[in-house]
Ligand binder design. Structure first.
Ligand code: CA
Length: 225
């Protein structure tokens, strides 16, 4: 049973989320301020954290940064009241894996969680320790990417995207599928973010004057071949 920590100071909302998650089979605990939440996050084992942005004692961004310093992989979903680009960007910059905007339908949160756990499963705990395509090698345990002897520095999103491509060689992946697998969005919003990240990734892994490892399939998406 996945164990979730809910760090949320609005008692009614926290209680509502908790009841719904319990009903879906998640084990939960609620912390109602940032300091208490951070302490619980770091001292117990969790499958994921739901973290409100605006919190008393210690705000959500700071809590997120401190969790990340201690734990690089624990999935964090940021809950934000304001749908401003700045909030979303700072949330993701501080190390959150996803965010959800208040007010949200519980179904949306459940979908995000399912998708988050699918990604963790797909990226993490398989038997495989490396995946290789041509001269690119991804060491899954250390998250190190090498091209030949050279280590390539990738951001977390670029890394996730590369792993998805390398796990699906010769399979065309639509923007929606990539958005869902890498960003965890269940609906087809802002699919152009995929194009932007594919471009970043190509710039880092492709050989100059050679065809890209990641080919565009017009009107559909991308394929690594
Ligand atoms: Ca709050």
């Amino acid at each position: 049973m996945p164990k979730l920590l809910i760090i949320e100071d609005e008692k009614n909302l926290a209680r509502f989320i908790e009841l719904e998650l319990n009903y879906e089979g998640y084990e939960t605990k609620v912390a109602s301020d940032g300091r208490n939440g951070l302490q619980l996050a770091l001292t117990e084992t969790w499958d994921a954290i739901l973290l409100d942005l605006m919190l008393p004692e210690l705000n959500g961004l700071e809590v997120c940064r401190r969790i990340r310093q201690a734990n690089k992989t624990l999935p964090i979903i940021m809950i934000t009241a304001r749908d401003s680009v700045l909030d979303r960007v700072s949330g993701l910059d501080s190390g959150a894996d996803d965010y959800i905007v208040k007010p949200f339908a519980i179904e949306e949160l459940l979908a995000r969680l399912r998708s988050l756990f699918r990604r963790v499963e797909a990226l993490g705990t398989t038997e495989l320790t490396t995946i290789t395509f041509k001269d690119i090698v991804v060491e899954l345990e250390s998250c190190v990417v090498k091209k030949g002897d050279k280590v390539i520095g990738l951001t977390k999103r670029e890394y996730d995207l590369l792993v998805i491509f390398m796990s699906n060689i010769n399979i065309v992946l639509t923007r929606e599928v990539l958005l869902n697998k890498v960003w965890g969005y269940s609906t087809g919003v802002e699919t152009n973010v995929v194009d932007v990240y594919v471009r970043y990734l190509r710039n880092k892994i492709d050989d100059q004057n050679q065809a890209s490892f990641i080919q565009t399939v017009r009107g559909t998406g991308y394929v690594m071949r």
